[in-house]
Every structure is written in structure tokens, then in C-alpha cells.
Design a protein around this ligand. Structure first.
Ligand code: AMP
Length: 221
């Protein structure tokens, strides 16, 4: 199955994608993680990318699309994958479609929109903590680590993301409405859009997604 996860920041895309990877071995490719790696590794475009991310703006299409498509190649066209955070503009979606059509016509199966209220988003992002080493996401109340401030999986320190500050969160939500929400129509028109509620606990959110995948015969019932 080839899935795209849509939804505002804080809708649970990354956490649900991690569960799909752990339980069903579906590859998880997060555009935010790839961009954070570029910044951390000091790539030639890392400084520019970091400034966009810190401000809550989108990184220009030309920088992210090449990066994502080259990583996508590593999964091969028959592999299962979830794209988390990409595409985020209609231009990115069109480039993705063109790229997949060029590779033995292996299109995206579904785009999942995780729908969540603005109040939930703010609560989730303010309480989010991330392991910088293995990238596991936590939440101080919703998904607490066993030992406060320490990653269960690798023992590294957990930190808040620089772009999870209240002012930047507001900007990211406005950017979503302006530049990413038009994608919903793009996928609705091709009959590939499915909705999942993000306003529920993470296990229920995962199970609702599984039902959607079963209904669309992407998983065996
Ligand atoms: P995320 O980890 O998905 O919340 O993304 C964090 C930040 O990375 C976003 O606020 C953007 O600055 C940047 N970013 C991630 N994915 C994309 C994308 N597909 N297009 C442009 N910028 C992106």
C-alpha cells in the first residue's frame, strides 16, 4: 500500500505512521525528519532549510521534492510506504504523481486526512517531546516516557521541538490552511481521500485507519 498522511501539525500523523511501521512493516518516510537531518548534518542547503523551519514557513518546493523523491526510490515501486508530511502543496502532489507514473505506473493508493480540532493541536504540540537520536515522539501526558525526559527506546534526552513554541504553532496552522488544505480537494477529486478522526487516543486513531485500509482492500480482513 502507498499512503499519504495529511492533517495539521499535531494531528497524529507521525505517531500513527510509527505504529504502522512497527506492526505491519510499512516504511515510514517523514519529510520533517529528512529536513531536520539536513539541518543537523550541515548540508549545503541546511542553513536555509533551518531558517524556514524555525519560522514555521514551508521549505520551498524545489528543496523538499528532490529530497523526498530520491529517498522514495530506495523503497522501490512495489514496496509499501507512508509519506508523512509530504506532499504539502498541490505542486508537490503533482510532482509526486508524475514521478510515480514514470516508475511503472505505481500511483498513491490513498490520502488520509487526520482531522483534529485546533484546541487539541495546541495541547499536543505544546506537550510534545522528541528524542533527537531515534526520533520517537512522546507527549508529557498522552504518551509519557517511563522515566521523565528520557527516551524509552534509546535512553537519550527528550526535547521540545523549536517550532512547537505557541507563536510558531499558530503560524504553522495558518500555513496549513493557506497552502496544504487545497490538497484535500486535489485528492477528493481523484477519489483517494479518506478521513480519520485525530481527536481520539492514538490506539483508536490507529484502529480507525486499519478499518479504512480494510474497506479499501489494502489489508486482508
Ligand atoms: P513536520 O515535522 O512535518 O511538522 O515538519 C516540520 C517543518 O518542516 C514544517 O513546518 C516545514 O517548515 C518543513 N516541512 C516538512 N515537510 C514539508 C513539505 N512537504 N514542504 C515544505 N516544508 C516542509
Amino acid at each position: 500500500m502507498r499512503l499519504i498522511f495529511l492533517g495539521t501539525p499535531g494531528a497524529g500523523k507521525g505517531t500513527v505512521a510509527t505504529l504502522l511501521k512497527e506492526r505491519l512493516r510499512v516504511a515510514h518516510l517523514s519529510s520533517g525528519d529528512l529536513l531536520r537531518d539536513s539541518v543537523k548534518n550541515g548540508d549545503s542547503t541546511g542553513g536555509e532549510i533551518g531558517r524556514y523551519m524555525k519560522s514555521g514557513a514551508l521549505v520551498p518546493d524545489k528543496l523538499i521534492t528532490g529530497l523526498m523523491l530520491s529517498h522514495l526510490d530506495q523503497f522501490g515501486v512495489s514496496g509499501d510506504f507512508v509519506l508523512d508530511g509530504f506532499p504539502r502543496t498541490v505542486e508537490q502532489a503533482q510532482d509526486l504523481d508524475r514521478d510515480l507514473a514514470g516508475k511503472k505506473n505505481a500511483p498513491i493508493d490513498l490520502a488520509i486526512d487526520f482531522q483534529v480540532s485546533p484546541e487539541t493541536v495546541v495541547k499536543r504540540l505544546i506537550g510534545r517531546r522528541v528524542c533527537e537520536k531515534c526520533r520517537l515522539n512522546y507527549h508529557v501526558e498522552r504518551i509519557p516516557p517511563r522515566k521523565p525526559g528520557i527516551c524509552d527506546r534509546c535512553g537519550s534526552e527528550l526535547k521540545a521541538r523549536v517550532d512547537d513554541q505557541p507563536e510558531t504553532v499558530r503560524k504553522r496552522l495558518a500555513v496549513y490552511e493557506d497552502q496544504t488544505a487545497p490538497l484535500l480537494d486535489f485528492y477528493r477529486r481523484s477519489g483517494k481521500l479518506r478521513l480519520v478522526s485525530g481527536d481520539q487516543n492514538i490506539e483508536d486513531q490507529y484502529q480507525e485507519l486499519i478499518h479504512v485500509l480494510e474497506r479499501d482492500r489494502l489489508l486482508n480482513v
